[in-house]
Design a protein around this ligand. Structure first.
Ligand SMILES: C[S@@+](CC[C@H](N)C(=O)[O-])C[C@H]1O[C@@H](n2cnc3c(N)ncnc32)[C@H](O)[C@@H]1O
Length: 324
């Protein structure tokens, strides 16, 4: 089984059953850059603040798409997991993949790099994000790979695309659909877009903390702190408003670079809607954890296993696989 690093929004590396995590510090409570550098002797003629103001902060220089990719995406791990599960269920290797809500199409690019026979179709509404992906993922991968990745600026509920073996919708993007009708329409389109033995996969997050107003931080590559913030959660309709920010080693913050206005769907709702769309079997994969009975904290192993029963936890992330 693959090792899946805990690199997803809101999901900490340790699965906690009963433990309380320390409240995350608010980004704004960090000392500003001026306080950190106050001991430096002032420049002879210029007031020190003038020089500092002229130099862009790390947050101002950062690229939010690069940060997003390194903080919450792990395409090679996802691909290894799905190709192994697909092979077990279907006895063959998936070659044609569709990446819904593809954003910068990182997953599509890594998919096509992983095998010269593979093709990918990335679907996303946002032209600017697709253009970033073309310039920063597809083109650097070289013409042979880029030729096999098609990008469509479209709604994922459109049904005009060629059928694929595997459709992947990573990182909870289907939560943009707030009503059963809208999500049902998406699942129907996903079903229609698959070949006869096709497979559709999503990610879902949950746990008691997913229904709270909270914020948490974790370090990511390059001395940067990733901040996941759940600003609102409405218990009545599961409407949640979440943000991603990053703080840098100069204490500058790229504040709320991404905002998600989502409905947090539950596993029974997803199962019922996927079955109603025509999928015949729905599997939920949870991470195997290490630890003894009564331990306050359990450690994630990176191994995801199909489960039909599981205790709730403070925070969990699961894969959902729906078989046509
Ligand atoms: C969270 S980002 C994508 C992340 C990426 N798939 C990942 O695995 O991290 C969500 C993307 O969904 C796109 N999006 C939102 N609603 C959409 C829709 N109805 N159809 C297609 N794309 C949509 C947005 O433009 C945005 O790029």
């Amino acid at each position: 089984m693959p090792k899946k690093p805990a690199k997803k929004p809101g999901i900490p590396p340790v699965t906690t059953v009963a433990g309380k995590k320390a409240a995350a510090k608010k980004a704004a409570s960090k000392p500003p850059l001026a306080a950190k550098t106050a001991k430096k002797p002032p420049a002879a003629k210029k007031p020190p603040t003038a020089k500092k103001a002229a130099r862009p902060t790390l947050a101002q220089r950062a690229d939010k798409h690069t940060l997003y990719q390194t903080s919450v995406q792990s395409p090679a791990v996802d691909i290894e997991f799905f190709e192994a599960e697909f092979a077990k269920m279907r006895g063959r290797k998936p070659l044609r993949m569709r990446e819904d809500f593809c954003g910068t199409a990182l997953l599509s690019t890594v998919w096509c790099k992983s095998d010269p026979q593979r093709t990918a179709l990335g679907v996303d509404l946002d032209a600017a994000t697709l253009a970033w992906g073309r310039a920063h993922n597809l083109e650097p991968a070289g013409p042979e790979v880029a030729r096999r990745v098609k990008l469509a600026q479209a709604d994922v509920r459109e049904t005009r695309f060629a059928k694929v073996d595997l459709t992947l919708a990573m990182n909870f993007s289907y939560c943009v659909f707030h009503t059963r009708e809208a999500l049902a329409a998406y699942f129907a389109a996903a079903y229609q877009g698959l070949v006869r033995d096709g497979v559709f996969a999503l990610e879902v997050y949950g746990g008691t903390e997913s229904m709270s107003v909270m914020s948490e931080e974790r370090p990511v590559r390059g001395n940067v702190t990733y901040i996941w913030e759940q600003e609102k959660f409405n218990t009545i309709d599961h409407h949640t408003l979440c943000h991603i920010s990053w703080r840098f080693k100069d204490d500058s913050v790229l504040e709320r670079a991404f905002t998600y206005d989502w409905r947090l769907w539950t596993l029974p709702e997803l199962r019922e809607l996927l079955l109603a769309a025509g999928f015949r079997d729905i599997k939920f994969y949870f991470e195997r954890v290490d630890g003894d009975e009564g331990d306050e904290f359990l450690t994630g192993t990176g191994e995801f296993i199909a489960r039909t029963e599981i205790d709730n936890q403070e925070a969990w992330l699961a894969y959902v696989i729906a078989l046509k």
